[in-house]
Design a protein around this ligand. Structure first.
Ligand SMILES: Cc1ncc(COP(=O)(O)O)c(C=O)c1O
Length: 392
């Protein structure tokens, strides 16, 4: 599809797929969908639509991506980090309740790697304090097979269609709004969003093609050279800019290109198959006798979850990743060695103070996650677990 779209530049910015994608998302989650260039832009749009006053607080979990606190700061608000539960990698409800002040206006709950946060508990907390509940669904899009608690209790949901997310448009983001009074401001923000340039869109369309070529050639070194060359001539889109790593998000809201919406729409239409594949790999990892002892407790629940990746806690996680890398198995995913991820993001610029969230810090040190993406077969997973076994 990316190859076909490359030959049709008249469909890159506008086209029917954007509207179809919005309709399908909105109907799946019983709200109105608006599209933006990325998950971070979608979050910024939500925060702007709330018209909060500068300095008001938004609660967010430790162990998150730096773009989340960046969007809060770009909207003029203060991120307040709350510790997570080791068993779910999601907000700890008690700690969340303790962090609420008269300045708190919203709570963002992240379903880390697809593990459902306690949205019922958070909904009750938000109702008690008149707060807005925002669900960050960047890592998971539930289907008819569940998990049903995701996307049900939030006032607003946002999604990312980045290249490593639940479904991919290479880039893109969406808001699903369930609050009638916020639909018009969000529609206006979507209409006013700046369209992405054609060079950006071309990079996005080249990305799946480049990886399709480079991945099978990675083991013999050619894939690595190909990707390095593509990076040098700026053909590879960057996930994070240098200034984003330093805590700064550009204030311009950008729109989702039709080309990315077309890629994401095709995946949303196959969501059940994509999620079933993730369930199958999650179930394999969760029932493997070697892994059970190290797995994050909630990821072992049955029926299995369509996890974006399968997290383990291993005290020697970094050492093991290095050993596996020597065997051409690459498990560095940007969510290791950090509370505000990736590890080279400026934690203090994001507003986090060392030692504030001890569980999140421990998770960052000990986590090692196994992939469940659509390109990963059961055979790959079996080989990975065998390699992991010999590296322990
Ligand atoms: C938990 C979480 N929320 C939001 C985002 C933002 O998504 P995007 O990269 O599309 O801006 C990310 C991105 O990695 C994420 O991991």
């Amino acid at each position: 599809m990316a190859l076909r779209l490359l030959w049709h530049p008249n469909q890159w910015i506008e086209g029917p797929e954007k509207e179809q994608f919005k309709q399908l998302l909105g109907s799946k989650f019983s709200g109105e969908a608006t599209l933006f260039a990325s998950g971070r832009c979608a979050l910024l749009a939500i925060l702007r639509s709330l018209r909060l006053s500068p300095g008001e607080e938004v609660i967010v979990q430790g162990y998150t991506c730096v773009v989340v606190p960046n969007a809060i700061a770009a909207a003029g608000m203060k991120p307040v980090f709350v510790d997570i539960e080791r068993d779910t990698l999601n907000l700890d409800i008690e700690e969340t309740a303790n962090a609420i002040t008269p300045k708190t206006r919203a709570i963002i709950c992240q379903h880390t790697f697809g593990i459902p946060a306690d949205t019922k508990g958070l909904r009750a907390l938000c109702d008690r304090h008149s707060l807005i509940l925002i669900e960050d669904c960047a890592h998971v899009i539930p289907d008819s097979g569940g998990p049903s608690e995701i996307g049900r209790h939030g006032d607003l949901l946002f999604f990312s269609f980045g290249r490593d997310k639940a479904i991919s448009g290479v880039s893109g983001g969406a808001v699903v709004c369930k609050k009638a009074d916020l639909r018009t401001p969000l529609r206006t923000l979507e209409k006013q969003a700046t369209p992405l340039g054609r060079v950006n869109i071309m990079q996005y369309l080249f990305y799946p093609l480049l990886y399709a070529l480079a991945r099978p050639l990675y083991g013999i070194g050619i894939g690595k050279i190909l990707l390095a060359l593509a990076g040098k001539i700026h053909l590879l889109p960057k996930i994070l800019t240098q200034s984003e790593k330093k805590g700064i998000m550009p204030p311009t809201l950008c729109g989702m290109p039709n080309a990315c919406a077309a890629l994401a729409l095709a995946q949303l239409q196959s969501l059940r198959d994509i999620n079933d594949h993730r369930r199958m790999l999650t179930s394999y990892y969760a029932t493997h006798p070697l892994l059970r002892a190290y797995a994050v407790r909630s990821s072992l629940s049955l029926p299995s979850l369509p996890l974006q990746k399968f997290p383990l806690f291993l005290p020697q996680a970094e050492k093991i990743r290095k050993k596996l890398k020597q065997r051409n198995i690459h498990l560095h995913d940007g969510w290791t060695g950090c509370v505000i991820c990736p590890a080279n993001a400026d934690t203090s610029a994001a507003g986090y103070c060392d030692d504030d969230d001890p569980s999140a810090e421990m998770v960052g040190e000990q986590i090692l996650s196994l992939p469940t993406h659509p390109g990963m077969t059961l055979h790959d997973a079996q080989r990975l677990v065998d390699a992991l076994h010999t590296s322990l």
